[in-house]
Design a protein around this ligand. Structure first.
Ligand code: NAD
Length: 336
């Protein structure tokens, strides 16, 4: 099936600038941290658990920690050797669940093969599960009853909101049905009254399905899968996929799931990289701060807030600038 592809530069698709939207979200998140601190609460705390020495995970973790520092979130790194047992990891998670200074727990995946990833993710307290992977949060999302939303799908929704005013009745084709991207995106869009078709590697006639969609969310990890004639003129295209490939000159580059140059007849499209990626980290920071706010609201309701009557606590934690000193210098940054 072929639809007209407009190569006229006067009708180029709007490029959704994920970096700019992420920056706005980070500024908002930073303001929320400042408001918490001004109210006498400590800075939100995020525990980042990394098991083994997977190079890609190492890069992601470093990026997340750097962003935490910029925003005023106190990050606590737990670097464990690859031979850490499941029991040891679960014991650490249990300890972090009880720790009142930690509001979010992130366990970087993939975990080494001898560890049951599901068991570890399930052990994180749902209210600290800032990745939104715990079954309680998954259940809340699918029943539309709140909970913590996974970062990438939340970022996708925020990007869509910059170009779509009214989601009701829109036909969406989601390409990919993973638990961390495809399925939660489908749930979020169903909540907005979209008609959602979730597709995957075994879907037949994917191109024809996609070509009928008002919105395409491509999250397959299949480089340049979505061609120009898969996209209806005026559709919105979100490219979640990101794959490292080697080009003809032997150079490595990152490629999305969408053939960007061919979809300029769309209403709007995200670049990859520079679209969804920056939103994922910004949403992690957002989720952590929301978890901290929920913790203090709940604690205040329960009259169980150690900081509730202790505004001087802000003197200990100070401003975002002092925070780095406070966090980085303390013994809680454990390395094993
Ligand atoms: P996954 O491998 O868990 O799932 C991929 C899904 O896509 C599966 O449901 C599979 O059936 C489907 N699929 C694969 N090839 C297909 C094809 N040719 N046609 C139709 N469906 C196909 O992957 P994931 O974890 O969901 O990630 C998907 C992509 O999104 C990857 O490229 C990943 O790197 C990227 N990603 C990006 C971010 C970000 O922050 N930018 C975050 C998460 C994932």
């Amino acid at each position: 099936m072929t639809v007209g592809i407009n190569s006229d530069t006067r009708n180029m698709a709007q490029v959704i600038d994920g970096r700019a939207v992420a920056r706005r979200l980070e500024e908002q998140t930073m303001a929320e941290v400042d408001a918490l601190v001004a109210a006498g609460k400590p800075h939100p705390g995020l525990a980042v658990v990394l098991v083994g020495d997977d190079p890609a995970s190492e890069v992601y973790v470093r990026r997340k920690i750097k962003k935490c520092d910029e925003i005023g979130i106190c990050s606590f790194e737990y670097r464990l050797p690859a031979e850490t047992t499941q029991r040891e990891l679960l014991s650490l998670i249990a300890q972090l669940n009880e720790d009142r200074v930690i509001h979010g727990i992130l366990c970087q995946v993939p975990l080494p093969p001898h560890i049951d990833t599901r068991a570890v993710l399930d052990a994180i307290a749902p209210e600290k599960d800032v990745d939104g992977f715990h079954p309680v949060n998954v259940g809340r999302l699918s029943t539309g009853t709140g909970g913590i939303v996974p970062c990438t799908p939340l970022g996708v929704m925020m990007l869509l909101e910059t170009v779509i005013d009214d989601f009701v009745g829109k036909h969406v084709v989601v390409i990919g049905k993973s638990n961390i991207v495809g399925k939660p995106i489908a749930m979020l869009l169903l909540e907005r009254e979209c008609t959602v078709t979730v597709t995957h590697i075994y879907t037949e006639n994917l191109a024809e399905l996609a070509a009928k969609a008002d919105i395409i969310v491509a999250a397959a990890g299949a480089p340049e899968l979505v061609k120009g004639d898969w996209v209806k003129p005026g559709a919105v295209v979100i490219d979640v996929g990101i794959t490292r490939v080697t080009d003809q000159d032997g150079k490595e580059k990152l490629v999305g799931d969408v053939k960007f140059d061919e979809v300029q007849h769309a209403k709007a499209v995200t670049p990859a990289p520079g679209g969804v990626g920056p939103m994922t980290i910004a949403c992690l920071l957002h989720n952590t701060v929301q978890a901290a706010k929920a913790f203090y609201q709940g604690a205040a309701r329960n009259r169980d807030d150690p900081y509730h009557d202790a505004p001087d606590r802000s003197l200990i934690y100070g401003t975002a600038a002092k925070l780095q000193f406070a966090c980085r210098g303390q013994e809680r940054k454990e390395s094993r």
